[in-house]
Write a protein that binds this ligand. Sequence first.
Ligand SMILES: NC(=O)c1ccc[n+]([C@@H]2O[C@H](COP(=O)([O-])OP(=O)(O)OC[C@H]3O[C@@H](n4cnc5c(N)ncnc54)[C@H](O)[C@@H]3O)[C@@H](O)[C@H]2O)c1
Length: 262
Amino acid sequence: MSGIESRVALITGAGRGIGRAIAERLADDGFDIIVADVVDAQENIDAVVAAVESRGRRAIGVAGDVSNPEDVERIVKEGTDALGQLNVFVANAGIAQVDEILDVKPDDLDRLIDVNIKGVFYSYQSAARQFIAQGTGGKIIGAASIVAFRPFPVLASYSATKWAVRGLTQAAAMEFARHNITVNAYAPGVVGTAMWDLIDERLTTRDDKPRGSALQAQVDNILLGRVSEPADVAKLVSYLSGPDSDHMTGQTVLIDGGINFS
Ligand SMILES: NC(=O)c1ccc[n+]([C@@H]2O[C@H](COP(=O)([O-])OP(=O)(O)OC[C@H]3O[C@@H](n4cnc5c(N)ncnc54)[C@H](O)[C@@H]3O)[C@@H](O)[C@H]2O)c1
C-alpha cells in the first residue's frame, strides 16, 4: 500500500497494444492499475499485471467484455475493491473491421457498435457512477481515432464508431463537469499493433499486394515519417490522466505524427 497519494487507473483492452503501453506508462507515472481485458486474453492480462508490479506499483487483472454493462460494473467493483478507489478510467478497448460499405454484414456491424460505441458508453457511465459515489471527481479518457475527423474508406463502419466516441466525449464532458469529472479522448493515427496487422492483411489480400505494404504505404502520409508506436499514444494519455490537463474537457486530441489537423 503506497499511502494517501496513491492513484488508481483502470484501462480496458489493456492486455496488449496501446492499452498495454498506457498501463505501463501510467504505472511509471505512479498509478496503481486495474488491467481489464476479455476472458480470452487472461495470459496477456497476467503479463501486464506483472509488468506493472515490476515497476513497483500495485495491479489487479479483471476479465470482462466492455459491451456488457454488467461486466463493466463488475470490473469497476472488483478493481476498486482490490485497489481502494478509482481516479482515471481509460476506455481503450476497441475492435476494427475492414470492409467496403456494400459488403458489411449486419452481425459484424452489430458487434462493432456493441464494442466500440456501447462499450465506451458503458465505460463512461460506470466510471462516472464510481467517481460520483466516491465524491472525488475523476478523469475519463476514451479511445477515438484519426477517423473520428476524416474517415478511411473500407473502414467506414469503424470510422462511424470512432466519430461516435468523439461526440459522446463532448456530451459526457457537458453532463459530468458539475461532478468535477473531465472527459477527453485520444485520436491515434496509424499505430503498429495487432489491429493494423489485421487491416494490412485485409487490404493486401484484397489488392493482391505483399503483406506489410498497406501499412508501409501509410508512412508517406505521416509528416514525421514513421508509423506511431503504442508508447507515443501513451504519452498523451499520461498528460490526459495527470493534473496538467485539469482545465481541459470535451476534447478529442490527435496524436498521429502529422496526418490530420483538427
Ligand atoms: N492501432 C491503431 O492504429 C489505432 C488507431 C486509432 C485508434 N486505435 C484505437 O485504440 C484502441 C486500442 O487499439 P490497439 O491497436 O491497441 O488494438 P489491439 O487489437 O492491439 O488491442 C485491443 C485490446 O482490446 C481488447 N478488447 C477487444 N474487444 C474487447 C471487449 N469487448 N472488451 C474488453 N476488451 C476488448 C482486446 O482483447 C485487445 O487486448 C482501440 O480502441 C482502437 O480502435 C487504434
